[in-house]
Design a protein around this ligand. Structure first.
Ligand SMILES: [Zn+2]
Length: 255
């Protein structure tokens, strides 16, 4: 598998004030944007940007558009929560080519439904991305919970070229359904539900023997993510934890 190196863009920008993001980056990379409490991650190639959720507290649509605005943008949305879909409209108007590759499951408020209603679905199937969680609609335990929270319906994506697992806000209960689908070669994990203690079970971590790092996309003062129990579980497994709140936007370059 490819090895991926981590570069902290924040440091580069401080050292090189004239550095322009769009001018230089041609290398494939996986980005976890520092969007505060929420999630927006992007796989960037020469011609495309694949986004896994487009949300968060901080409006980064302009910044992401500087990198992806002229490329082809495919959007994968894990679930209906605002911190995962809230910036779709703002980003869409800043890009030339834009389609939704995966829509949130289940129903949502009319306001949220309207946000996505006019956006075209991507025509081609995406072989670089695996959707790991097909909800067990015949399982009564699952159905009961899914009535209460969009998190239980959250899609789980695996990005093959970066070997990254992106579980949205999927909970530990659902991890039991999809953990067997996760490739053991997974190198990176965007922590489920921003590092909430109700996700990232030890049982899931046991399935990730080659995991090199975990990322928490969150702002601690908002909901206490990442939770101390998750930090402890990762330490127990000797997996380094990177927080966007500490390091800013994180870039994992492929080499
Ligand atoms: Zn969330």
């Amino acid at each position: 598998m490819h090895r991926i190196s981590l570069i902290l863009l924040t440091g580069l920008l401080i050292l090189c004030p004239s550095y322009k993001l769009g001018d230089r980056i041609e290398q494939k990379q996986f980005i976890v944007w520092n969007t505060g409490q929420g999630q927006w991650t992007t796989w960037v190639t020469e011609n495309e940007c694949l986004h896994f959720d487009v949300g968060g507290e901080f409006d980064l649509s302009k910044k992401v558009a500087r990198l992806c605005g002229e490329k082809f943008n495919k959007i994968f949305l894990s679930h209906w929560d605002w911190d995962h879909i809230g910036l779709v409209g703002k980003f869409r108007v800043k890009t030339q080519h834009f389609c939704i590759a995966a829509r949130p499951k289940g129903s949502a408020s009319p306001h949220k439904e309207r946000l996505l209603a006019g956006i075209l679905s991507c025509l081609d199937s995406e072989t670089r991305v695996a959707s790991l969680f097909q909800q067990p609609m015949d399982d009564p335990r699952f159905l009961k919970k899914s009535e209460h929270s969009a998190n239980h319906l959250s899609s789980v994506f695996w990005l093959k070229p970066a070997s990254f697992l992106i579980p949205g806000d999927s909970t530990a209960d659902e991890e039991n359904f999809w953990k067997k689908e996760v490739p053991a070669s997974t190198k990176g994990l965007v922590l489920g539900h921003h590092g909430s203690r109700s996700s990232t079970s030890l049982a899931l971590l046991d399935k990730l023997p080659e995991l090199q790092w975990a990322v928490s996309s969150a702002r601690f003062s908002r909901y206490g993510h990442p939770h101390a129990e998750v930090v402890k579980r990762l330490a127990q497994k000797k997996i380094p934890l990177l927080r966007t709140e500490d390091w800013g936007t994180l870039h994992f370059y492929q080499r």
